[in-house]
Design a protein around this ligand. Sequence first.
Ligand code: CP3
Length: 340
Amino acid sequence: MNDTFLKACRGEKTDYTPVWFMRQAGRYLPDYQAVRGNVTFLELCHTPELCTEVTLQPIDIFGFDAAILFSDILIPMEAMGLDLEFHEGRGPVFPDPVRDRRAVDALIVPDPRETMPFVMETIGLLRKELRVPLIGFSGAPFTLATYLVECGSSKVFLETKKMMYRAPELYDAMMRKITRCTSLYLQAQAKAGAQALQIFDSWAGILAPGDFRRFALPYVQSIIRDLREVTDVPIIYFANNGATLLDLSGTAGADVLGLDWRVNIRDAVSRVGDHALQGNLDPIALFLPEKELVARVERLLDDAADARGHIFNLGHGIVPQTPPDQVRIVVEAVHRYSTR
Ligand code: CP3
């Protein structure tokens, strides 16, 4: 097994810098489009053989150093009893908002093995095939809550913030249920064979630091505390758009902090250098001409040279318009330039 990624997560010396991309399985790949052409996104998420196939595609094509389970952060919200739809061009939609006591009381804290057996089955299938580590994942409670309260994606997060500010007890009751669900879900993934776990806090960056500390961070800390009791797999916390939250994120309890591209990684080393760091190329840098792209990759690797462990990644998910050949250029450049 190629365990370079796991070593870097633990801050151990590696022969080269490991690399994987957020959303590495997805629409930029013709191979993914071919599978997705026959099924809806949710059908894909519910079918272990297909999830296994699309998880493996980018590993086989580009030689990434880690695989990430193909699923979606919103799948456990279905298990909590909510209707979830994906609309072409609009993303996820929850037709029934969670905004009052009745809706919060109706939320189920599910047994993940009973309600999401297809996820555990996918993990089992992948572990038989993979020669690189498998990352499991979840959304962070705050990010998940925004989708439930806003009925999907949002720009100003009016309803979520209104709930936080005007009905904090209701907000906390909802968050406790989402947190418990997420905790059990990640524990089940580790038990099924996930070798690292990433918590995606995609919307953390819309919060003022004081609100992040009060309304988002404690729930992440609680999940990580629960995980530490049952597993020692590395835990990655990615707070997107989180440069101003970095010092607080450092108290989440994770082994690795994921960085978006708005922060210089050298700066991050000076602030949270007791963690391994993951990131943080601007996903749109993949549209640079080859020479400039490679130069950027090399500069990023230089900036991360003093990190306690560096896992090369994008600063957020790869966009569907990305030419696959540009991905190959980055993976090869990371491996070549970082080989010690
Ligand atoms: O390769 C991987 O990274 C693993 C699979 C994965 C998906 N979603 C597949 C997906 C992972 C880790 C996610 C996480 C996810 N899902 C996040 C956190 C990461 C982030 O991007 O901030 C969030 C916020 C979601 C919710 C979500 N899922 C949205 C907002 C959308 C629609 C927007 C979009 O990109 O289309 C999705 C759909 C989705 N999840 C797709 C994929 C491949 C596209 C679905 C399709 O094939 O049409």
